[in-house]
Design a protein around this ligand. Structure first.
Ligand SMILES: Nc1ncnc2c1ncn2[C@@H]1O[C@H](COP(=O)(O)OP(=O)(O)OP(=O)(O)O)[C@@H](O)[C@H]1O
Ligand SMILES: [Zn+2]
Ligand SMILES: [Zn+2]
Length: 803
């Protein structure tokens, strides 16, 4: 008997293994690893979606196997490489296999379950379940359902007053359109034309076209391009008359792009040297990782594009990852114009359908160059020649939910499979990568200059403790404002950064000091002026802005902190004539918002771009000659050993937006810590000294890259339970580690309560702990036990967030 081992899509420890199913005879050809199936699962026998993991001749399972109910794909959606990658990923990130398999696929291919109940006995009149009925005796159970109501439904199910069914909704929709094509001989069309009534103008035009080209084919638009007056009804009639044949053909939803022409640049000597090292590795199929450390504006992208071009010449494909926020139209257009018709773009701005179509183009080998954000690391390219990660230091390459993978690790793994090089590029490499280059594990390639004798911007540190401020606007030094004014006079552009990290706009009472906090989380609510509301950034809570203090009823309640909206208002008061664009979570939350703002700024439809960290990367606009950092310090004070590194990176990157073309650039960094080494070295754009200094501090503190780290966090609705559990875990784990391992904590997480769950954590720092992996896997198993209900465990290897 043919047996399929299936991974069921229930992300839980109990189901985190393959289950055996019989392959019915008629499905034996298509039941291969990597296809999605529907199988009956559990006592209820509800159909669930799953993936065939392996096939074999017999089963170890003693009982009778259930057969596969349905196969969803004619060809596997995951190939052997992807299945292997999933297996590695699950182990490396302590994740369920099913979570890994799903992460690799576009969401259109994920099953979407609906829970529907069917009444088997009438409900009491006042039963709350009545409100869920959408048919006579059935209703949908919403995903976000009140837990009391859900418990009530369960009770009704147990007492057999209703039954609950899982229904699978496919999100996959292949888009099709009608294609009309000529199906007669030229002479036949000629006869028809001669017979046509003189006043049937459209028909005559159509026939005329067919006489000239009997096999003309295309969709309505193609026909209309030839015959602009043509109505689609005329085409339908022509089909009915047998003049044309009609067919449904599959089409791709492709996001629109503006076309630009970019010419290939003559590489500088430094670029050329880097390029040659890389292409040697491509042509020799060497699995070598390069760290391309190039100052801002040094032309790293140019090197990537040439490396991709080389891989293409060799008949290979290429993948380029960029952080979500640098997937600007500018970047995408640059790649697309170099490789017309070969590029697929994957980012979160696409609709589910567009993403699915781009994925299919890659999967079928119709797109050979992929540009995308984090999850594009799993793009189903084959025969990869080079893998690139731009801005490799960016935190957004690490996923925050299960599987907690880092895209860098994924592409390094794929490079092993394809025996190809990886290029990690940045002006400010992560300490981890730079240290690996130091050790020779990566090959360091440097670009120290901008091309065409373009100078690095001059950076001025403005000491805000002493600086003269603009009257009534304490966030601005006179110096910075004077510079902005100069730019306005010269019709040049300015970029102003508000360093928002760990900083928000909150409401406080001036009389009693009361701060308005989220009822569910230990964090103050943030003011959003555009929607006139207070919002919690951790849960969905939202409430109106109160007119008086809820504690003392004073009316002297006002906002503190520096929000982008407040700064925008102040700028508008200072420069009423200036055209301002603001870029932050509020203005970019709608689809394409980010793109739209960057395009507008690029067309010089605004003089000043004000924004959060989002504006620090990827912008390459010749008219930007001033960059101002309003508050450099906020990210320095965070309780995280990477605080200096992040501040340095942010300041260096944003400074790099200035003076990238003919006009020279200036940067002004406002700070209350002018002597801080991260700020000083960012002002000098001196990555190497920063690297040396920071490495010494990391060594002293025993932090990465000298140590590895794992974060273990538990949460529970009751604080004392969470505390008890975290101590219990610590006592259990400590003896399993060597004396060299350091366990920090237990400590409450910085924001201890989120969404009414209390979070406590441990951090393990270690160099070499062969037994740690097994211990953590055992811990995961133990936490699934009955006496651990209500707890959630999270294990994060090499976490980037400790808060
Ligand atoms: N060899 C070259 N000759 C002339 N111009 C070049 C050359 N290489 C790159 N450029 C131009 O220099 C500018 C900066 O290049 P690019 O955007 O590739 O730099 P980058 O290192 O990726 O920058 P950043 O990391 O700051 O985003 C671009 O406008 C690019 O067209
Ligand atoms: Zn909240
Ligand atoms: Zn008050």
């Amino acid at each position: 008997m043919a047996v399929a081992q299936v991974i069921i899509d229930i992300p839980a420890q109990q189901t985190n293994r393959p289950f055996d199913y019989e392959i019915p005879e008629e499905l034996s050809d298509i039941a291969v690893p990597g296809v999605r199936v529907l199988v009956p699962f559990g006592r209820s026998g509800h159909l669930r979606q799953g993936f065939i993991w392996r096939t074999q001749d017999k089963s170890e399972f003693a009982g009778r196997l259930k057969p596969i109910a349905q196969i969803l794909d004619l060809d596997p959606v995951l190939n052997a490489e992807m299945l292997g990658l999933a297996s590695w990923l699950a182990e490396d990130t302590f994740s369920f296999l099913i979570s890994c398999l799903q992460t690799m696929l576009p969401s259109a291919l994920r099953a979407n379950y609906q829970r529907r109940f069917y009444l088997t006995a009438p409900l009491a009149e006042n039963d709350p379940v009545n409100q869920l009925l959408d048919h006579e005796a059935s209703g949908l159970i919403p995903d976000k359902i009140d837990s009391a109501l859900l418990a009530h439904l369960k009770r009704l199910e147990q007492s057999q007053q209703l039954r609950i069914e899982y229904q699978i909704k496919q999100k996959t929709k292949i888009k099709q359109e009608k294609q009309y094509s000529g199906c007669l001989q030229m002479t036949e069309y000629q006869d028809l034309f001669n017979q046509a009534r003189a006043n049937a103008v459209q028909q005559r035009q159509l026939l005329q076209l067919l006489v000239a080209e009997p096999s003309f084919a295309g969709n309505v638009k193609t026909w209309q391009a030839q015959l602009p007056e043509l109505k689609s009804s005329t085409l339908t009639q022509a089909v009915q008359k047998g003049w044309l044949k009609e067919a449904l053909v599959e089409v791709y939803r492709q996001p629109e792009v503006e076309s630009v022409t970019t010419t290939k640049q003559q590489l500088t000597d430094e670029q050329q040297a880097a390029y040659e090292a890389i292409i040697a590795a491509i042509s020799d199929a060497q699995n070598q990782t390069f760290l391309l450390e190039g100052v801002t504006g040094s032309g790293k992208t140019e090197v990537y594009l040439d490396a991709i071009a080389y891989a293409r010449q060799q008949g290979k494909t290429a993948l380029m990852l960029v952080p979500e926020i640098s997937l600007t139209p500018q970047m995408v257009e640059r790649v697309q114009s170099r490789f017309p018709h070969e590029v697929a773009v994957l980012h979160s701005g696409l609709s589910i359908g567009e993403r699915y179509d781009e994925w299919r183009r890659i999967e079928r080998g119709e797109a050979q160059v992929v540009v995308g954000a984090r999850s594009a690391a799993f793009a189903p390219l084959k025969n990869i020649g080079v893998l690139i990660m731009d801005e490799e230091h960016e935190g957004s390459y690490k996923q925050d939910d299960m599987p907690r993978y880092h895209a860098r690790d994924v592409i390094l793994k794929r490079a092993e499979t394809y025996h190809c090089p990886v290029i990690l590029g940045s002006a400010t490499p992560s300490l981890e990568s730079r240290a690996r280059a130091q050790k020779g594990r990566y090959q360091l390639l440097k670009l120290t200059k901008r091309p065409n004798q373009i100078q690095m911007p001059t950076v001025n540190v403005v000491d805000m403790r002493q600086a003269e401020k603009v009257a009534g606007k304490s966030d601005f030094s006179l110096q910075l404002i004077t510079e902005v004014k100069k730019r306005l006079e010269r019709h040049e552009q300015s970029v102003l950064l508000l360093n928002r990290r760990g900083y928000a706009n909150f409401i406080m009472c001036r009389d009693c000091g009361h701060v308005i906090k989220c009822p569910n989380c230990d964090i103050s609510l943030t003011l959003h002026r555009d929607i006139q509301a207070l919002k919690c950034h951790y849960c969905d809570h939202q409430e109106p802005i109160p007119a008086t203090c809820p504690a003392c009823h004073s009316s002297k309640i006002r906002d503190y902190g520096v929000g982008t909206q407040k700064i925008e208002q102040q700028l508008q008061e200072l420069f009423p004539e200036a055209r301002l664009l603001r870029m932050d979570v509020d203005t970019t939350s709608r689809k394409g918002g980010h793109q739209r703002i960057i395009r507008q700024f690029g067309r010089h439809e605004a003089d000043i771009l004000l924004g959060t960290q989002m504006i620090a990367k990827g912008l390459d606009f010749p008219e930007v000659t001033l960059v101002g950092v309003i508050n450099a310090d906020t990210s320095l004070s965070l309780p995280d050993f990477r605080a200096s590194e992040r501040t340095f990176q942010l300041l260096t990157q944003v400074s790099g937006r200035a003076g990238r073309a003919a006009k020279s650039g200036q940067v002004f960094i406002q700070t209350y810590n002018p002597d801080n080494y991260a700020i000083q070295l960012a002002a000098k754009q001196d990555y190497e000294t920063f690297y040396q200094t920071e490495m010494r501090l990391r060594h002293q503190g025993g932090y990465p890259p000298y140590f590895y780290t794992v974060l273990i966090s538990v949460n529970h609705a009751q604080e004392d339970q969470a505390v008890k559990k975290v101590y219990q875990i610590q006592r259990w784990l400590q003896p399993k580690l060597s004396p060299q391992a350091i366990v920090l904590g237990p400590t409450p997480r910085m924001i201890t309560r989120v969404n009414n769950q209390y979070y406590y954590q441990l951090i393990i720092k270690y160099k070499n702990e062969p037994r740690l992996l097994i211990a953590l896997q055992t811990l995961i198993m133990n936490m699934q036990g009955k006496n651990n209900r209500g707890f959630q465990l999270r294990i994060d290897r090499e976490p980037l967030q400790f808060m």
